[in-house]
Design a protein. Sequence first.
Length: 83
Amino acid sequence: MQALAERRRRAVKLREKGMRVNEVVRACELSRGTVIAAHKAYCLGGWTGMALKPRECSTGAVRRLNTEQDREVQKLISDKTPD
């Protein structure tokens, strides 16, 4: 998450220097929407306005299977998958 924040900061600095969005996209390896959103957040709230908000759900927080079911599915896949 910190790497993304740094690339967004770099994108804003490049946009502020006058670089075009498509050039910033290539230089920072971000999507066009991310570059535009980061710059807009900066314009509205400065550097503090650009702070990334924590995601609502962490990975695996909204699981549909319990641990036992998960193991069984993994075993079925490994046992039945043709090589």
